[in-house]
Design a protein around this ligand. Structure first.
Ligand code: SF4
Length: 376
């Protein structure tokens, strides 16, 4: 991975990669090896309050408190679904709420996934998405992105949560095994916050921290084409494209980003996305009743994607009060899927998890907005 162009003017301690932390220690006349102690404490042990880092002296802790900023996110509330999904309502240092969702046994191999947010709100305006109604409030900093994972791991370790499925068969650290896969699919468009997302990936993959393999990380995008190409060149993570339509006139209406980069431009960027170390590109397709769920759409989707090494996730729309869209009936979903299967595409219907805690993308944001509206 190449070095990120993220500029850390505020000395945000959690956002400093190891090399930067070493230089910072030198700049305050501290021994460079302290950088290792501090980096491991933050990024391996998840100690987000410098006071908890007892491996360094009280004096150094005080200096760090004075000379650095701490933008760690904190847990506001945890909603636990009957299916084990845990939705975290998290608070930023300036009082905003973001969300992360921990999904136990998310994959067929029983591995656990966390879905994290990259922005507060979102500027992309997808008409079926609850987060879009919030508009973009601000970008999340790298430290706010990675600390979503650290606070969730800390919570899982300190709660009664037990995971029978921890997998010992791969190289990541023990804590990285609690959360096996990381997906940037919560609030926001990750590639509209490129530098901060890239820095967060760098921190998560550092072997001195949790040491995630990049292949365990998936970044989702609605189609910010210029940064799809950069992500492919500069990292080894997976990409998931939120496609959701087969014709530009439909996609223009439901995903305004399509007016800037149309389906042809998007698929061209996907074609150029290196997949040597990645098994395949994921295409997400939210099925909206009578909008994009016809047999004609399924056939067109085959035509668009048949030359890709890909998997397709069909997501029957999760109805919410801020949206006029409806979920297609199950038979329609199955017929759509069958057309893709018959053309030898790898296609899955994504089951919704955590429905009873509104764990679908953007639903917490939607609730807040509804509450706010009721209070106006
Ligand atoms: S679907 Fe994703 S990109 Fe589109 S508005 Fe919602 S959060 Fe933003």
């Amino acid at each position: 991975m190449t070095t990120a162009n993220f500029s850390n003017e505020n000395n945000d301690l959690i956002a400093m990669p190891f090399g930067e932390l070493e230089s910072f220690m030198a700049s305050i006349n501290e021994k460079r090896f302290r950088a290792g102690q501090i980096f491991r404490a933050i990024h391996k042990q998840g100690l987000l309050n410098i006071d908890e880092v007892t491996s360094i002296s009280l004096v150094l802790r005080k200096i760090l408190q004075e000379k650095t900023t701490n933008l760690a996110i904190t847990i506001d509330k945890v909603f636990i679904s009957t299916d084990g999904t845990r939705k975290y309502q998290l608070k930023t240092h300036d009082g905003h709420i973001v969300e992360s969702v921990f999904i136990p046994n998310a994959s067929s191999k029983g591995r656990n996934t966390i879905c994290i947010s990259s922005q507060i709100g979102c500027a992309m305006g997808c008409t079926f998405c609850a987060t879009a109604a919030m508009k973009l409030v601000r970008q999340l900093e790298p430290s706010e992105i990675v600390s979503q994972i650290y606070v969730v791991i800390n919570d899982l370790k300190s709660s009664a949560w037990k995971n029978p499925q921890i997998d010992d068969s791969h190289e990541e650290s023990k804590d990285a095994r609690i959360i096996h896969n990381i997906v940037y699919m919560g609030m926001g468009e990750p590639l509209h916050n490129y530098e901060n997302v890239k820095r967060s990936i760098e921190l998560l993959c550092d072997q001195k921290g949790l040491g995630y393999a990049a292949k365990r990380i998936t970044v989702s995008s609605c189609g910010v084409v210029k940064n799809i190409e950069r992500l492919g060149k500069e990292t080894d993570v997976h990409i998931a494209i939120s496609l959701n339509a087969t014709k530009d006139e439909v996609r223009n209406k439901i995903m305004p980003v399509n007016k800037k980069w149309d389906i042809a431009a998007l698929l061209k960027a996907c074609k150029n996305f290196p997949i040597k170390t990645r098994r395949r590109i994921t295409f997400e397709y939210v099925l909206l009743k009578d909008i994009n769920d016809s047999n004609e759409d399924a056939n067109k989707l085959v035509e668009l994607l048949k030359s890709f090494k890909c998997k397709i996730n069909l997501i029957p729309f999760n109805e919410h009060p801020l949206s006029p869209f409806k979920r297609p009936v199950q038979n329609r979903v199955l017929e759509f899927q069958n057309i893709l299967i018959k053309s030898n595409l790898s296609v899955f219907i994504r089951s919704t998890r955590g429905d009873d805690v509104d764990a679908a993308c953007g639903m917490l944001g939607a609730k807040k907005l509804e509450d706010a509206r009721e209070n106006i």
